[in-house]
Design a protein around this ligand. Structure first.
Ligand code: CTP
Length: 395
């Protein structure tokens, strides 16, 4: 479990060291992000010492001059827990404000968020706070309601932050995933490939790599060892059980797959491999001369087809088809032509589906003649559906 604990400026911040210790005890990796006002309530040094990680407060670290990249935080974590969440932070979260590192991280989160409110009883009952909490709940954020008891103001009532043990219990429930891929190795190809024409130009397909990286992230959550072979992309992923291999060309991707296929039980081929490469790469930049330029191209190896024809009984291959017309027919043809076990079809005709978006709409077909349609979802959710399908297929 990788958890970001986000602390906003409330007296209940004094309970956060206990929360971090509990989380570490159950084996979680923890990073803390503090709002600037929370450092009046608890020292960043305490949180850094307990989490064994630097604490993010500002958008950039004044000592090292480094940028605290909220996007990396959002990609890294399985869960963002905002505790204590003050009325001010809740209002900002509910309205998309982004004037500190914690709020920017919330907006960059790829996974879930849990908000643990803490404030005085009248504030907690105020219609604006209730409205903001309701909005967050509608946005898919988990809310752990405040408890009743003695408050810092001396008043007694609802508003106390839930105890660290309770927060840990909820975290375990939210993140409960059965490690169905434990002791399995999953090989994933992702991103485009670039085939050089000359030192400055290349042929390539449109692909952000987001789907492949989301799949890798999900497989890791399910307990797999993951070998992710990726073409050029701006996606990031780090994990002890991840072997990330960067490649540029289809031939390099093919070589890496040939090396690692034997040790894998599941191959998910999400890369948008360039079908052709220039027969010859020019050593110097091609200069313009005339209106026409002819390039001689040769076909690239079909990576999934190779894996499918070189698989043992305990291995399955899963491919993608991005189609613009006769989607289902083309996908089924591809499934049998490339001897895949499962094919995931995304149609370019669907709004929100495709290579540069964060969402995707898929249908899955398999070699047993089964078929399932899914609604438009975030790519992280699509990755969940795909692995659930693969797991059921393997039963
Ligand atoms: N694929 C691959 N190696 C290639 C080309 C494609 O492994 N050289 C994989 C992709 O990663 C994907 C599947 O094959 O999982 C289908 O890719 P697609 O580009 O749709 O297939 P093509 O064979 O290129 O077919 P088309 O004629 O539609 O371009």
């Amino acid at each position: 479990m990788r958890i970001i604990v986000g602390i906003s400026g409330g007296i209940a911040a004094y309970k956060i060291p206990f929360l971090i210790r509990h989380l570490k005890k159950i084996g979680a990796e923890v990073k803390c992000i503090m709002t600037p006002s929370s450092i009046d309530f608890i020292s960043p040094l305490v949180l850094s010492a307990l989490s064994n990680e630097p604490v993010g407060i500002e958008f950039w670290n004044k000592e090292t001059g480094e940028w605290n990249n909220h996007v990396h935080y959002g990609e890294w974590a399985d869960l963002l827990v905002i505790a204590p969440a003050t009325a001010n932070t809740i209002a900002k979260l509910a309205n998309g404000a982004c004037d500190n590192l914690l709020l920017a991280t919330y907006l960059s989160m790829r996974s879930k968020t849990l908000v643990v409110p803490a404030m005085d009883l009248d504030m907690y009952k105020h219609p604006t706070v209730l409205r903001n909490l309701e909005q967050l709940s509608k946005d898919g954020v988990h809310i752990l309601p405040a408890e009743s008891g003695e408050l810092a103001s001396g008043l007694v009532g609802e508003g106390r932050m839930a105890e660290p043990e309770t927060i840990v219990g909820i975290i375990q429930t939210i993140l409960a995933v059965e490690p169905v891929l434990l002791n399995k190795t999953v090989l994933i190809t992702a991103g485009p490939t670039h085939e050089a024409i000359d030192p400055v130009r290349f042929i390539g397909n449109n692909s952000s790599g987001k789907m492949g990286f989301a799949l890798a992230h999900r497989a890791l959550q399910l307990g797999a060892k993951v070998i992710l072979i990726s073409g050029p992309t701006s996606c990031h992923l780090q994990h002890d059980a991840l072997q990330l291999i960067h490649v540029t060309t289809a031939v390099e991707m093919f070589n890496a797959v040939q090396i690692h296929w034997k040790e894998s039980q599941i191959g998910v081929f999400a890369a948008a491999v360039a079908d052709f490469r220039p027969l010859k790469m020019e050593n110097t930049k091609i200069k313009k001369s005339g209106d026409l330029l002819s390039l001689e191209l040769t076909t690239n190896p079909d990576i999934i087809e190779w894996a499918s024809t070189n698989k043992e009984d305990n291995q399955i291959t899963v491919g993608f088809a991005l189609e613009t017309n006769n989607e289902k027919e083309n996908a089924l043809l591809k499934l049998s032509r490339k001897k895949m076990d499962v094919i995931i079809l995304n149609s370019l005709n669907e709004k929100g589906a495709g290579f540069e978006t964060d969402t995707n709409k898929i249908s899955i077909f398999d070699s047993k003649g089964q078929h399932q349609e899914f609604s438009l979802k975030q790519k992280t959710e699509v990755a969940r559906d795909i692995f659930k399908y693969i797991n059921d297929y393997n039963q």
